[in-house]
Design a protein around this ligand. Sequence first.
Ligand code: NAG
Ligand code: NAG
Ligand code: NAG
Length: 206
Amino acid sequence: MEGSILSHVTITTFILFFSILFTSTSATRLLTSNTNAQFVKASCSNTTYPKLCFESLGCYANKIQSNPKMLAHVALNVTFSATKSASDLMRTLSKLHGKKPREAGAIADCVEVVGDSVDELARSIGEMGRARGSNSDPVINDIQTWVSASLTNDDTCMDGFAGNAMNGEVKNIVMKNMTKAAHLTSVALALINSFASSQGNSALIL
Ligand SMILES: *[C@@H]1O[C@H](CO)[C@@H](O)[C@H](O)[C@H]1NC(C)=O
Ligand SMILES: *[C@@H]1O[C@H](CO)[C@@H](O)[C@H](O)[C@H]1NC(C)=O
Ligand SMILES: *[C@@H]1O[C@H](CO)[C@@H](O)[C@H](O)[C@H]1NC(C)=O
């Protein structure tokens, strides 16, 4: 009799214990992932394109956590992918027959400058591992220079299509794709700049 009451109490205690444990860990997990997403959202709100930024980077929140270097690194990777597919698109368009001569000239320029953007972003990703969160770190300064150059190149490509004389399907495709790549590059640059300033900030907090 006594033994069965005891075991009943023990079982109830165990069930209670594990349900509290389970609830608190899943609550902690939920809170943590919210905090991670909030960090990405807050950082994105400091960029020129907060919506595109969070749409593109929010899904990496749990990998990024609250690490400004990881955020900048992921942003560079996402920007590289978009720029690489824009570059591939320019190559495809350059081989397309039936373009107007002005379109052909503009596309040829895009193949060159967007190809340079891909190289500059690849170089930046290669150096990101040893970059420090300091505005005086030569590694982060190189990355800032390359990513700025990449943004300028994207704009140069789009400038080639300025004016109504260029209107048409080729221009529409180019502008749509390059605008997204350029906006992501602008976001990545803002997050890199913010990482570069981060060591100074944390020193102040400490
Ligand atoms: C946003 O920018 C301000 C001003 O530069 C800075 O103080 C703040 O830390 C930034 N916030 C985030 C989350 O990057
Ligand atoms: C960035 O991309 C490279 C190559 O695809 C990959 O190895 C690396 O893990 C990525 N880094 C981040 C922070 O996403
Ligand atoms: C344009 O860019 C996106 C990535 O930003 C890519 O997925 C897409 O295939 C590209 N091409 C076209 C024709 O839109």
